[in-house]
Design a protein around this ligand. Structure first.
Ligand code: SPV
Ligand code: MG
Length: 432
């Protein structure tokens, strides 16, 4: 009997799915793949509001479905090797955009034994559009967004985080997908950097931009995106204030706050010892972490302790001692920072920390030691990599150059070639 395969990634079966089953059963025995929770979370597809097992049951109940299997791999390698279907059916929407890389890969897998793809015309109507939109919109709800960082840490080799400081930069982090070597890549989460948030407001990174204003930035971003958020909480401020910050961040659907063990006037870490910066004592900072954990209402939210020992030349021993103490105080993760170009001290810390603590998530921000790759970091036990300021640093020179050139030429024609076309900018933002 001919085997026909199609993969579903949905909580709600609509007429588009029924149409695919109808087409499939004309060709043979129908096996439906249920995309696993792991793959769904990794690729930010939908929020599974029902469990993987319930989705299997749901797909089994569709008339015409003979069997349901779990598909672990977005790229179909596991199921095609196992089932060797004669036909793979999918809506023809996968012929366009980044997901066409998946289609191309399936074509290759099928060509090995003469299998075929059937592109079923995608069902476009108001009802289907609404269901698709609702499924995606759920990703943005605080209760779903908040817990996704922990899920990603659990399910991916390394969580890739990019800075965002506005709705527009949030959209770039949300939507940028690249196809590389037949694989799809995208950022997993957003970092609301104090440096970039302050810079966008034309202010120094010294905790001058107040929390209300920082929260406004978060809201600008949450309104138009769905990916999880890590908030740069600077020193966390007074412990008496930090507990309120924790509650507000949880309410907004932020997944984690990172606070650094400094006190007094905070300056950006990349100044290192060139400016005066004071590290909080282990006791003071542990008390702040414990108070934050105590104030927290959800299980999902994370308070990550950032160590400034290497930045302030206090040595590896001090960094490790602090890491131990802050984990004991309740920190859900450790961020280790360095401003050296050579990643050696970061890797030494990661190896030593991992030798004694296999579980606590490790975060790094390779702004200075940017030669290191994600794979190398992950091999040394790092769970989260934050690209903390690259979008701001890319945009600033481009804007400055454009301003200078318009002054130079007394018109805008000379700069036009490097600008986004007007047509594109007015359609950049999707309307609901
Ligand atoms: C930020 O992005 O604001 C940070 C990281 O805190 S760093 O600028 O490297 O200190
Ligand atoms: Mg900062």
């Amino acid at each position: 009997m001919t085997t026909v395969y199609t993969c579903f990634c949905t909580d709600i079966v609509h007429e588009g799915h029924l149409n695919i089953i109808e087409e499939a059963r004309k060709r043979g025995r129908v096996i439906v793949g249920c995309l696993s929770d792991r793959a769904i979370i990794r690729y930010n597809k939908i929020i599974p509001t029902i469990s993987q097992n319930e989705r299997i049951k749901l797909y089994r109940s569709i008339p015409g479905v003979d069997e349901v299997v779990i598909q672990e791999d977005m790229f179909y390698d596991d199921v095609i090797t196992l089932i060797r279907p004669k036909y793979v059916l999918h809506g023809d929407n996968w012929k366009k955009g980044p997901i066409s890389a998946i289609r191309a890969h399936v074509v290759e897998l099928l060509s090995v034994y003469g299998g075929e793809i059937v592109d079923v015309p995608y069902t476009y109507n108001e009802k289907v559009k609404k269901i698709d939109l609702q499924c995606r919109e759920k990703l943005a709800m605080p209760e779903y967004r908040r817990k996704r960082l922990r899920q990603l840490i659990e399910m991916t080799p390394i969580v890739k985080v990019m800075e965002a400081h506005s709705g527009l930069t949030g959209l770039i982090v949300e939507k940028t997908v690249v196809e590389h070597n037949g694989r799809l890549d995208q950022f997993d989460a957003m970092w609301i950097s104090s440096l970039c948030d302050s810079t966008a407001k034309g202010k120094p990174d010294i905790e001058l931009v107040d929390m209300t204003s920082r929260f406004r930035t978060i809201e600008d971003i949450t309104e138009v995106t769905t990916k999880p958020i890590i908030f740069d909480g600077d020193t966390g401020g007074l412990t008496e204030h930090f507990v309120y910050t924790v509650r507000s961040l949880e309410r907004m659907g932020v997944s984690a706050v990172i606070i650094e063990d400094k006190k007094g006037l905070k300056k950006n870490s990349l100044f290192g010892t060139e400016v005066e910066q004071t590290q909080a004592t282990i006791e003071e900072f542990s008390e702040k972490i414990a108070a934050g954990k105590n104030a927290q209402l959800t299980d999902d939210f994370m308070i990550i302790a950032r160590l400034e020992s290497l930045i302030l030349d206090k040595g590896m021993g001090d960094a490790l001692e602090r890491a131990r103490a802050f984990v004991s105080a309740g920190a859900d993760g450790i961020m280790i920072h360095s401003r050296k170009k050579d990643p050696a001290e970061i890797l030494e810390f990661c190896d030593k920390f991992r030798a004694e603590d296999k579980a606590t998530p490790l975060v790094v921000v390779p702004s200075s030691f940017n030669v290191i790759t994600e794979k190398e970091l992950s091999d040394h036990g790092v769970n989260i990599v934050i690209y903390a300021n690259q979008l701001t640093r890319a945009a600033f020179p481009a804007m400055q150059q454009t301003a200078e050139d318009i002054l130079r030429y007394h018109r805008a024609k000379e700069v036009d070639d490097r600008l986004m076309p007007i047509k594109q900018i007015i359609t950049l933002i999707d309307e609901i």
